[in-house]
Design a binder for this molecule. Structure first.
Ligand SMILES: [Zn+2]
Length: 479
């Protein structure tokens, strides 16, 4: 084992000593804290999730990992809004003969993705690139083809991906009117505030569509009718710098890998009465029913492994690649935190070569070989699994490819950017998945310890730049 005289870490231990630091006691303490009732299921946007983020940040600091979030901290803010719809969006059309007509939601327009009011003074019908205006403007509505891919290509040609900078993106729907819709009374939803980056969108149909096509409309007034409340949400990001030397390529900025797990979960079941005595079930012996989605396996188990890996790597001899430790918010809402990160990565994505993600490792999976055995999602898609097995690591291919786990976690945010991204797991389709019964004391911590130590060896392998993560040629995500 090299003692790393060049890297300046005087007391770097051996990898064996670093691996020994990973303990079932630490793993259990981490899961127990994250999955405690006190943190009420770590729902994105809730104060308890922020408390969990700060606790994980403290854990990284204690491990000796450097901060890699905003402004020298471990936290990366993901600007989110809680959006409550007060009423259906309102659309007023100005006509050529100087009148204003109100279009009805559901009947004249639908598929509305609108969060803010807008005033449109110019309508531009775009069938091909030449039709595009010179520059985006919030007073312009673009009328674009219904096909998503055509729309995307035109917006990119306009220098406005996702419609950024335009007031409204209109598409044309069926010639028939739709049905009037009641949109009140829905639960508030969480959205990432993309500011001017994303265009608002709706679809015209029936006579409104025909009038637009006939050139009868000259402008629009859009009233979103939503109430927006800013909520706090954070990713937690730390870094252990690599030596920055790529073999045969001379010194250069170190390539990075991202080791991740999501710390958010589902919060509290608001449908279940938590205190009403009359609806209490008889088997709770007078206790109120459990309404907290503790998320011990999903994914406090993955967070515990990542925190232990961070501690071990920070106490190991320096590795070639920079390793970013990443705890994501908003996974359960659709990878919101990780999608935010890949747009604002600590190390540019061009230099980020791998995402190794950890999801649900708290219980042994017989199909992977039982206690201490891991499986890898998308095994055949890349060269990772074969490399792990060549090293003798107990990591098999995902035994349930029909469940499509590869596409069901944060690794996909990296994969969509062309980066190799896969998850390690031992999820055995247990029945506590996404239930309030996913509690800390249902996990097997001896199993988790073995998995975390194996994961450390997997991490050392991929952090060594002798190994080059690569897609299997011809894979649908290969770039
Ligand atoms: Zn999960």
């Amino acid at each position: 084992m090299l003692a790393c005289s060049a890297c300046g870490l005087a007391f770097a231990q051996s990898n064996d000593a670093a691996r020994e630091r990973i303990s079932r006691a630490d793993l259990e303490a981490c899961v127990k804290q994250l999955a405690s009732d006190e943190w009420r299921g770590r729902r994105t946007g809730a104060p308890e999730a922020v408390a969990a983020a700060r606790w994980l940040a403290d854990g990284l600091a204690r491990a000796g990992v450097a901060p890699a979030g905003d402004a020298g901290t471990f936290l990366q803010r993901v600007p989110m809004h809680e959006v409550a719809r007060k009423a259906a969006p309102k659309l007023l059309a100005h006509t050529r003969d100087g009148r204003t007509v109100e279009l009805a939601y559901g009947v004249d327009f639908d598929q509305a993705e609108v969060l803010a009011d807008a005033r449109i003074e110019r309508i531009v019908v775009v069938a091909k690139k030449d039709d595009l205006p010179d520059a985006p403007s919030t007073s312009i509505a673009l009328v674009l083809p219904e096909s998503r891919s055509e729309r995307r290509a035109l917006l990119e040609a306009a220098g406005a991906p996702e419609g950024a900078g335009f007031g409204l993106i209109l598409t044309l729907g069926p010639d028939t009117p739709g049905k009037e819709r009641d949109v009140s009374g829905g639960n508030p939803s969480l959205r990432v505030d993309r500011g001017a980056e994303a265009g608002q969108r709706l679809r015209l149909r029936g006579s409104a569509k025909q009038r637009l096509v006939a050139g009868e409309f000259t402008g629009f007034e859009l009233v979103a009718n939503v109430e927006r409340k800013v909520v706090d949400a954070f990713n937690v990001v730390g870094v252990v710098r690599g030596t920055g030397v790529v073999r045969d390529a001379g010194p250069k900025a170190a390539e990075a890998i991202v080791v991740s797990a999501h710390y958010d979960h589902l919060g509290v079941d608001t449908r279940a009465p938590s205190s009403s005595k009359s609806t209490e079930s008889t088997d709770t012996h007078g206790e109120p029913p459990d309404v907290i989605y503790n998320g011990a396996d999903d994914d406090a188990s993955g967070c515990a492994v990542v925190l232990e890996l961070a501690d071990a790597l920070a106490h190991a001899p320096r590795v070639d690649r920079t390793v970013i430790f990443f705890f994501a918010t908003g996974e359960e809402l659709g990878l919101l935190g990780t999608n935010w990160y890949v747009e604002r990565p600590f190390v540019p994505l061009d230099d980020t070569v791998l995402n190794l993600n950890f999801e649900m490792l708290g219980r042994p999976d017989a199909k992977a070989g039982g206690p201490g055995k891991l499986w890898l999602t998308g095994d055949e898609r890349t060269n990772l699994g074969a490399a792990f097995r060549a090293r003798g690591l107990a990591i098999v291919a995902d035994p349930r490819p029909d469940q499509n786990f590869f596409e069901r976690s944060d690794n996909m945010a990296f994969v969509r950017k062309g980066i190799v991204g896969q998850s390690l797991s031992t999820y055995d389709l247990h029945t506590d998945y996404h239930r309030v019964s996913d509690e800390w004391d249902t996990l097997d911590y001896a199993h988790l310890e073995t998995c975390a130590r194996t994961s450390f060896d997997a991490l050392l392998l991929v952090a060594d730049d002798a190994f080059v993560p690569a897609w299997t040629p011809g894979d649908e995500y290969a770039r």
